[in-house]
Design a protein around this ligand. Structure first.
Ligand code: BES
Ligand code: MN
Ligand code: ZN
Length: 495
């Protein structure tokens, strides 16, 4: 999918399909009015006949009359003029693209960016249109022997703006394009099954991304991890026949010596629970337990494409969590790279066991901030559902910054508390800590565990268990939280 901007008026702009907004009741947006005047009143005639009333999300696809510069018109309802919300705007773009879906149209031009959406600026409207298009057009059929006939033909979306807006809009369109590409990468990696997307596969993908974008990369293997003393990470990995990998990626866009942001992604390519085996229902979805890792890979790619003047390190501990004669057993005590010992009371709480060693490894970069991204707890899905990601942090300014990146990107998160009081729940009779804290506040105690390994820097944690993929009929990776991460990084540039 290609995105671009243009500033030709609708009465002159040649396109296969023009997308025009209609307010309730039957009120034309300025672009719709301009085209209406140029094309003999076609739009107002349709409205008069009652074919389109401007209700949010309603659409009407018509062939434009001879003489009009466009071949087709999609009218899309926006509801009341003064009440266009984020969701109404995004739903309108989605509905318009769905209306075109069956037509074989390869290129469309949207005039919806002229619509006033609350306090949102043009950048937001452009970027969100790109994100919605990316979401609508994404398909994952690489493992089907017969490709879907209904594959969308659409491959180009032009966002129409005024000439004065061009400069700002260019940056927004580039960002939207980079985010969509990064989300598609993250979705693909998430959707790939565990027998294909293994730790080795993930490392090879990371190498390919690094090579294509001029990033430095290092992939540590079993022996290297042993030397580093990553006893916690290795204890999870040893239950599987697949060897673990620890991916270290460097993007140098900032000044030499400038402290980097470190992103850490949970890369469990399949989580069976281990000896504390999960129930069978929906266990297939645990192939998505590497979505944190995928979002880091995608964000590193986007960062390089946008050439942001920052230094960023991406860390991905990746392995499988399987039961076997060599697997962790409940009650086993392991020694983390930090030297702290951990009693593994539940082998299914493996994410924190691999992340804790990655967090200790992050210390060597003297990071300006560390963010880890993980499909960490089922409890987070219960607390926040599939709408927002969980956010926890040891620094309030950093938490605010991450929260704000969620707001500006539409990829939202919500902070949960991380008071010392929760540490109580991690007490162990036999080791420095247990790896589980009981049923109450499961998302918080998981972060309380991680916080013990993140004492030397500012750290935030994103629990994306509810947001990284969808279940049910629409099962599939979402590409989240790539938009949030890219906005966070872009926001760091201005400082
Ligand atoms: N990957 C899971 C978390 C998860 C579960 C994400 C369901 C999305 C949907 C994680 O490794 C896990 O199993 N966590 C346990 C922790 C518990 C044993 C303390 C959980 O949430 O049940
Ligand atoms: Mn688990
Ligand atoms: Zn897991």
């Amino acid at each position: 999918m290609e995105f671009s901007i243009k500033s030709t008026s609708p009465d002159k702009h040649k396109t296969a399909c023009a997308v025009l907004g209609i307010y309730q009741q039957r009120k034309l947006t300025p672009a719709a009015r301009a085209l209406d005047q140029a094309a003999g009143g076609i739009v107002s005639e349709l409205l008069k006949r009652g074919d389109c009333d401007g209700k949010p999300g309603s659409t009407l696809l018509v062939q434009a009359p001879a003489g009009a510069p466009c071949e087709r018109i999609v009218l899309v309802g926006l509801g009341k003029e003064k009440e266009v919300s984020d969701n109404i705007y995004c739903d309108a773009v989605r509905a318009a693209l769905k209306a075109i879906g069956g037509t074989g149209v390869r290129e469309v031009s949207s005039y919806l960016a002229e619509v006033q959406v609350g306090q949102r600026d043009l950048d937001w409207k452009i970027e969100q249109a790109a994100l919605v298009a990316g979401e609508t057009l994404y398909r994952f059929d690489q493992l089907k022997s017969e490709k879907d006939d209904a594959r969308p033909a659409l491959h180009k979306l032009t966002l129409m703006i005024t000439a004065a807006e061009t400069k700002a809009a260019e940056a927004a369109v580039a960002r939207g394009q980079a985010i969509v590409k990064a989300m598609n990468l993250a979705k693909d990696l998430g959707n790939l099954p565990g027998n294909i997307c293994t730790p080795t596969y993930l490392a090879n993908q990371a190498k390919a991304v690094a090579k294509a974008n001029g990033l430095k990369i290092q992939v540590l293997e079993q022996k290297d991890l042993e030397k580093l003393g990553m006893g916690s990470f290795l204890s999870v990995a040893k239950g599987s026949e697949q060897p673990p990998r620890f991916i270290v990626m460097h993007y140098h866009g900032g000044a030499k010596g400038e402290r980097p942001v470190v992103l850490v992604g949970k890369g469990i390519t399949f989580d069976s629970g281990g000896i504390s085996l999960k129930p069978g229902a929906e266990m297939d979805e645990m192939k998505y337990d590497m979505c944190g890792a995928a979002s880091v890979l995608g964000s590193m790619q986007a960062l390089a494409e946008l050439a942001l003047p920052l230094n960023v390190v991406g860390l991905i501990p990746t392995c499988e969590n399987l039961p076997s004669g060599r697997a962790n057993k409940p009650g086993d005590i392991v020694t983390s790279m930090s030297g702290q010992t951990i009693e593994v009371l539940n082998t299914d709480a493996e994410g924190r066991l691999i992340l804790c060693d990655a967090l200790t490894y992050a210390e060597r970069f003297d990071p300006a901030a560390v963010i880890d991204i993980a499909t960490l707890t089922g409890a987070c899905v219960i607390a926040l559902g599939h709408v927002v990601s969980g956010l926890l942090a040891n620094d309030d300014d950093l938490a605010r910054e991450v929260f704000q990146a969620g707001e500006s990107s539409g990829d939202r998160c919500w902070q949960l508390p991380l008071h010392d009081d929760y540490q109580e729940q991690l007490k162990s009779n036999f080791a420095d800590m247990a790896n589980i804290g009981g049923r109450p506040a499961g998302t918080i105690t998981a972060s309380a565990f991680l916080s013990r390994f993140a004492k030397k820097y500012k750290w935030a944690h994103l629990d994306v268990a509810g947001t990284a993929w969808k279940s049910g009929k629409e099962k599939g990776g979402t590409g989240r939280p790539v938009p949030l991460l890219v906005h966070f990084l872009a926001g760091r540039v201005k400082k």
